[in-house]
Design a protein around this ligand. Sequence first.
Ligand code: ADP
Length: 282
Amino acid sequence: PFPRRRGLPEKRTIRDVKKVVAVSSAKGGVGKSTVAVNLALAFARRGIKTGILDTDIFGPSIPTLLNLSGEPRLDENNCLVPLTNYGLKSMSMGYLLPQTQSDSATGEVPMDTTPISWRGLMVTKALHQLLHSVSWGPLDVLVLDLPPGTGDVQLTINQEVIIDGAVIVTTPQDIALRDAVRGFGMFQRMDVPVLGMVRNMAYFACPNCGHQTQIFSHGDGHHSHGENRGVVAECKRLGVDFLGDIPLDAKVCEDADRGMPTMVSEESVERSARRQAFLDVA
Ligand code: ADP
C-alpha cells in the first residue's frame, strides 16, 4: 500500500531462501535470541530446512548459543559459507570479527575507537554482506535474529530484504509489553505481516513440585484494568496471534550459556514442558 520512496534500493529476496521470518523484541534482554535459536531448531526438527542469521552487529549472541566460532570460508562466488551445528546453518557478525569471541562475556563488538562517522558505513557494509553474500544453499526458512529496538538497523534490513513475517518476543511485564506494541507499529509501517507474539518468561515452573508461579503481573486476569493490559489481551486488540508461553526456567538459561539450546540439549526430561513450549510456538 505504501509507494516506494525514490532513491531507495529495491527490496530483494535472499538468494536460495523461501521464507524469511524475523524474530524481534523492542527491548534487550527479554530472551529474543534464545527464542529465535530454539524456534529455528524446532523448525529444523520438523524437517524444515532452516538457517539463522544474526543481524545483531553490536551484540551477536548466536555464536555462543550454537557453540560455534571461527571464520567462515568463502565459496567460489565470494559468498560466506554458513557455519552449521545441530543441523542448523548460521551466519553472524560474531564469526566475521573473531576477536569478539574472546570477549563473548560481554558480547560487545569493540568498535568504540572507531570514528562515529565511520560506524554507520561499517554497519551498513557488514549488514549488506550478511544479507546478500551468504550461500545458504536451499533453505525453506531463514530466521532473522534482529537487534533489539526499532532503530536504523531494523529499517535498513527491511529496506534491503523482503521479510515474510515477524515474531515479536515480549515478557509479561508492562514495560516490555508496551515496547512490544511499539515494535508492532514499526512492522505495520514497514508493511511486514506480524505472525504473532511470544510471551517469554511467562511463568516459573517449580522443578520440585511443578507448581507454576507467575513472577510478573500478567494483566490478563480479572485484575487487569486500564494501562496494565496483558499480552493475550493486547494481541486481541491488535489482531495478531498469541503464539504461546515459554516458561522462566533456569535450564533454558543454562542450556543457552553452554551453547546447547533447550531444543537440542541432551538431557531427556520425562515431560519436557520447556522444549514442548518452543515446539508449540514453531
Ligand atoms: P535478548 O536476545 O532479548 O537480549 P537473550 O536471548 O540473550 O535476550 O536472553 C537474555 C538472558 O536471559 C540470557 O542469559 C538467557 O539465557 C536468559 N533467558 C532467556 N529466556 C529465558 C527463559 N525462558 N528462562 C530462563 N532464562 C532465559
